[in-house]
Design a protein around this ligand. Structure first.
Ligand SMILES: Nc1nc2c(ncn2[C@@H]2O[C@H](COP(=O)(O)OP(=O)(O)OP(=O)(O)O)[C@@H](O)[C@H]2O)c(=O)[nH]1
Length: 767
């Protein structure tokens, strides 16, 4: 038998919790209040004291029977209740299932995929949880006697942070429950003492007195847990019914914006391809070459406009290329939840081989689950070495098909056109394997690829249609923006009347400039479009707040415990290859049963925006060893709430991650960055001290702060500021935009172009 709570034991032996607490204290057994636990030994002693031994056995066996019966009855009534609810919720479930299936079927439905997959993750868990909770609650509330059932799982809700609920949610909960029985009080948690007294309809003072009687010292605005409520209500002859919050419907669900298509309605659609790779490896040249050779002469009349996407014809089959430099769009779109790419083309220059951005691209595509086709470019160059590229790719997890692997690698030259046809063929082949399909005969859903405000025409948006057909005159909504399509052009700047799945189109008529990466829906009329846009505006704040669901070392353990996290994703950056590898090896050793550690990307160099985007899209933590995030990365991390940890000692990293996984992260000292300045000049003082002439780029530099010296985002020194001057005067701080002079204690190797980061140490208390 495990430990048992005081109030449960009190019930069992038929005395009040207060009496039991007094008794235990008399026996020198320290218990604070009714929620304290006592061990088996103590339980035995108390039972001996209060229950005659024979009777006790009888009572408990009788009680077991009663409980079993109660349980069976409850099960029955629960089942019949469940049946009712199931019927009521059938329609909703159907839609949910449809959405889910749909997203499984059609991987490419961008945000839809993310939403439904996160629903998949959330829903069963929530419902399980709420079932368990309901069971517990029923056990507790059904009869007073049931209370002594110590085998029931118990949760100490007082330890759980109360989740904030919106007013509408609360209203909804209240409306839901109509019992008609005034001995039953419906409560939605969390609840304060005052709210509880109101619900019970008894004076606050009486509730507080009863609480004191139970050893709980709580003021009117303090939150009390479920167990306490049940006990107090009981004292007033009332039963508590904890009302579970209804899952709020998303706007998409509420308006039925997406639904599953029937298999027979699905038609093959062109693949959507993104070209990625290291700078100067030939992405643009390759796309230009493809465009040049595969845009039909009949289409050539139109002037190709840059709209972020275009289609080419290969053997009468279409391929849509996302025409974005680098892989930024690919990742920032994913960041917003849209996954529109079906296939990633990884361009690697045959004379240069695998470079840092090649690796980034591989990590991005892999974490997004997008198949990669490698284009080994510049094979016309004498220095080209195809096998070397293949070897390097192999070292990074991509094994060429002709070497026995499953990654298609095509040698090409954007200059001579060699291999381009084969590359396109491979794209079509891959697309065929992926069996990409969509229903063209329904209202359109697409993703905004690019959007801008045109002075003459108003908001202009490039849409990539994913399902259905977008038509001239359609009423559409995307985020806050809604409107009626009053002009539509294709990638060749020709007016079109409609665009089907995988086709890009530029539309005019939206009220505001929408966000790239957001979904756009065609809806039945203008009013619906406007209503949805308004609702989106309203819910935007809440959505931003939901970013707080991001994983961090602080909340990791809770997330693991709650079953939300099975895998901890890490992006690892360091100053040298050797230490990054050593660090990864050590981190991977921290894998345990509860959580799998996976390094989704690693590299040498400072933490950049791409690392943050990847971390954000994959809910990862960024670990930097001897490197720092650059300013843009820092801003993005703040915006996206990505946890970025930087360290100087590998041991500290391992310790922290290990402690976080085990939920034992100690109160810690963190560095709070105050500001950054750039060294524009250096001067030598008599005595050889170097003064750095600096310009403050962001925040402020404090005289009494520590400073990190960064060279190419790598920390080369850390120490205290020796002096801080503005002109000839000593100053306490230098603000953004100001110039001044800095010396650093015990460090003289300051160079022009170095960045100095001023920071203070701050203690963070964990709860
Ligand atoms: N010899 C040769 N040169 C090429 C080939 N492809 C591209 N180049 C050259 O390589 C340079 C970089 O090509 P880009 O197409 O601009 O490369 P990119 O990857 O788009 O570069 P960023 O957009 O800056 O990332 C240019 O000078 C091209 O002319 C090729 O197949 N052979």
């Amino acid at each position: 038998m495990s430990k048992i709570r005081v109030h449960v034991l009190a019930k069992e032996v038929g005395i009040t919790s207060k009496e039991l607490i007094n008794k235990l204290n008399e026996m020198d057994i320290a218990v604070k209040n009714h929620m304290s636990t006592v061990d088996e030994n103590t339980v035995g002693k108390i039972k001996k004291l209060y229950l005659p031994s024979n009777d006790s056995k009888k009572t408990s066996s009788n009680k077991k029977e009663i409980d079993n019966k109660n349980l069976a009855d409850k099960k029955k009534s629960k089942e019949s209740k469940k049946e009712k609810t199931t019927n009521n919720q059938k329609t909703k479930k159907d839609i949910d299932n449809k959405v889910r299936k749909d997203s499984q079927h059609d991987k490419k439905s961008g945000e839809q995929l993310k939403k439904s997959s996160s629903e998949d993750k959330k829903k069963p868990k929530n419902s399980d949880k709420s079932d368990v909770k309901k069971d517990i609650k029923k056990e507790r509330t059904s009869t007073k006697k049931d209370f002594d059932e110590k085998k029931l799982p118990r949760r100490d809700l007082s330890k759980k942070k109360p989740k904030k609920k919106s007013k509408s949610q609360k209203r909804l909960e209240k409306k839901e429950v109509v019992t008609g029985d005034d001995t039953i009080v419906n409560l939605s948690m969390p609840i304060t003492v005052k709210e509880f007294a109101n619900e019970l309809n008894v004076p606050l003072a009486q509730v507080i007195t009863k609480l004191i009687g139970l050893g709980v010292m709580a003021s009117q605005n303090e939150i009390i847990d479920e167990d306490t409520c049940i006990l107090i209500a009981d004292e007033f002859g009332k039963e508590v019914n904890i009302v579970q919050p209804e899952e709020e419907k998303s706007i998409e669900e509420e308006f039925g914006l997406d639904f599953e298509d029937k298999e027979f309605q699905l038609k093959p659609r062109p693949p959507v391809v993104t070209v990625m790779g290291h700078v100067d490896h030939g992405k643009t040249s390759l796309l230009d070459e493809i465009k040049k050779s595969h845009v039909r002469t009949s289409e050539a009349g139109g002037i190709t406009q840059h709209i972020g996407a275009y289609t080419v014809n290969i053997d009468d089959k279409k391929v849509t290329f996302l025409d974005t430099p680098g892989h930024e769009a690919f990742t920032s779109m994913r960041l917003r939840g849209a996954q529109i790419t079906d296939i990633a083309i990884l361009v690697v220059a045959a004379d240069d081989g695998v470079m840092p951005q090649t690796l980034e691209a591989i990590s991005h595509a892999k974490s997004a689950n997008v198949p990669i086709i490698v284009a080994i470019n510049k094979i016309d160059k004498p220095s080209a070495n195809i096998d070397r590229v293949k070897q390097e790719l192999l070292e990074n997890g991509l094994l060429a098909e002709d070497w026995g692997g499953d990654t298609i690698m095509v040698p090409v030259s954007a200059k001579t056109s060699e291999g381009i046809d084969e590359l396109l063929e491979m794209i079509l082949l891959e697309a065929e394997m992926l069996e990409l399909k969509a229903n063209p005969n329904r209202r359109a859903i697409g993703t905004i690829i690019e959007a801008k405000l045109d002075k003459g025409k108003g908001p202009m948006a490039t849409v990539l249609v994913q399902k259905g057909t977008l038509r001239f005159g359609d009423n559409v909504v995307s985020g806050f923006s809604s409107g009626r399509i009053r002009a539509m052009t294709d990638d060749k700047n020709r007016t079109i009347k409609k665009a089907g799945p995988s086709m890009p189109a530029v539309i005019l008529g939206l009220s505001d400039v929408p966000n790239a990466g957001d979904l756009i829906y065609a809806v039945e009329d203008e009013k619906v479009a406007r209503t949805i846009a308004d609702k989106n505006k309203e819910s935007n704040r809440e959505n931003r707040i939901s970013l707080n669901n991001r994983v961090s070392l602080e909340n990791l353990f809770d997330r693991i415990k709650e079953g939300e996290m099975k895998e901890l994703n890490l992006v690892v950056k360091g100053d040298v290859k050797g230490s990054v590898e050593a660090l990864i090896q050590s981190l991977l050793k921290l894998d345990n049963e509860e959580v799998k550690i996976s390094v989704i990307h690693s590299g040498v160099g400072g933490i950049n925006e791409s690392d943050i985007t990847l971390a954000s899209a994959s809910n990862a933590i960024v670990i930097g060893f001897n490197v720092r995030p650059n300013i843009n990365a820092l801003d993005l991390a703040r915006e996206e709430d990505v946890d970025v940890r930087t360290y100087r000692v590998i041991y500290d990293i391992i310790n922290d991650v290990e402690a976080a996984v085990k939920g034992m992260l100690a109160p810690t000292i963190v560095e709070e960055i105050m500001g950054r300045c750039e060294v524009r000049q250096t001067f030598k003082l008599p005595g050889n001290t170097i003064v750095a002439g600096v310009y403050v780029l962001s925040g402020k530099i404090l005289r009494k702060s520590m400073v990190k010296v960064l060279r190419d985002d790598v920390v080369i020194h850390e120490g205290e500021i020796g002096s801080l001057k503005r002109f000839k005067d000593d100053v306490r701080e230098l603000a953004t935009g100001y110039e001044g002079g800095i010396t650093i204690d015990n460090f003289n190797d300051i160079r022009e172009g170095d960045l100095l980061e001023s920071y203070v140490l701050k203690e963070i208390q964990r709860d």
